[in-house]
Design a protein around this ligand. Sequence first.
Ligand SMILES: Cc1cc2nc3c(=O)[nH]c(=O)nc-3n(C[C@H](O)[C@H](O)[C@H](O)COP(=O)(O)OP(=O)(O)OC[C@H]3O[C@@H](n4cnc5c(N)ncnc54)[C@H](O)[C@@H]3O)c2cc1C
Length: 355
Amino acid sequence: MNDFGDIAVIADQIQNDIRPVTFELLGAARELAGKLNVKVRAIVMGHQLGSIPTTLIHSGADEVYVVDQPELAEYTTLPYRRAAISVIDSFDRVPHIVLCGATTLGRDLAPRIAAHYEVGLTADCTELDIGEYEHKGKADPAKVGMYHNCLYAIRPSFGESLKARIIGPWKNPQMATARTGALIPCKPDTSRTGKIIPVKVDFKPDDFRVKVIETVRKVSSGADLLKAKIIVSGGFGLGGPEGFDTVRDLASIFKESAVGSSRKAVDAGWIPYDHQVGQTGKTVRPEVYIALGISGAIQHRVGMSNSRVIIAVNKDEEAPIFQFAHYGIISDLFEVAPLLKKEFQKSLAAAGAAR
Ligand SMILES: Cc1cc2nc3c(=O)[nH]c(=O)nc-3n(C[C@H](O)[C@H](O)[C@H](O)COP(=O)(O)OP(=O)(O)OC[C@H]3O[C@@H](n4cnc5c(N)ncnc54)[C@H](O)[C@@H]3O)c2cc1C
């Protein structure tokens, strides 16, 4: 082990359901930990967490710090902040890196942790890496020099047209949040072993300035976008909300499929926001992404360009989507979609995988 700290991942769970971003963060943390020769420490907070700590070990954590107390049954900022900081302070050394999901929970909690330790925080990363940095700026002579093993927090920038590599090597922990769907989880391995360490937190009366009176949960119809193996997505080229019937019809033939959308179709009110893919929507990574009548603007591309195979149908041969689609069909989507459906149905039937 190295003489600098480990990597801490704050697990994101709602009602004892671990959010997919947690597994993705653990996957990335394992890669980084391999480069640094340090441990991955997951921190999970909540109440009646059951088998979650074990699942985190199977998913890449070496140690899981568990705060399981009734005060944490529902997420509120101050008790979770107190719990996270108590756990980090209980470590034998300051973590080198702390990672959170760029989720509602992570976006609220991570800045509180960063402010407590007076460190920087890079939000909404799509890649994480380790590297070195030479600081030549003369403004603060004390900072000039070579920094090794810096966290490279990488995220789209300047209207998503550039990838910025952001570093904050001056003080640990180096912190980042990552978008759901951007990082790659490890394959779960039930034979992995690790340590589960319970931590008891002493809350202060001030931590309970906000009281949750009632939580009303809405099940999002687009949530399965993150799990879908095949996404059929529609854009403004659909011409109206009824155009999504064509999209749904094609999606319906595949198992584990979902319907996605461009923002322009969402803004037009043709489909709810939770179907939106892109910079201000979801980041997806399916096996196949079929884009019908989507131009391929950079803000859409950043949300789906990691799909394994991209098939685009657009009647404009100059559409930007053809620059990064694996297969492009220059034609009217309403003519092509039924033909695709027929051909896919034939192949699925031949493979015995029809829905
Ligand atoms: C800050 C910011 C954030 C944004 N976030 C997102 C985001 O998260 N997701 C997102 O998608 N966008 C986002 N956008 C918007 C983005 O810039 C584009 O405006 C949007 O993606 C365009 O949607 P579209 O491709 O459906 O529409 P258009 O650009 O209008 O493209 C429609 C396409 O359909 C084709 N077409 C028309 N009729 C047919 C037909 N019958 N058959 C085949 N093809 C046809 C046209 O040739 C055209 O290429 C964001 C923009 C900003 C400024």
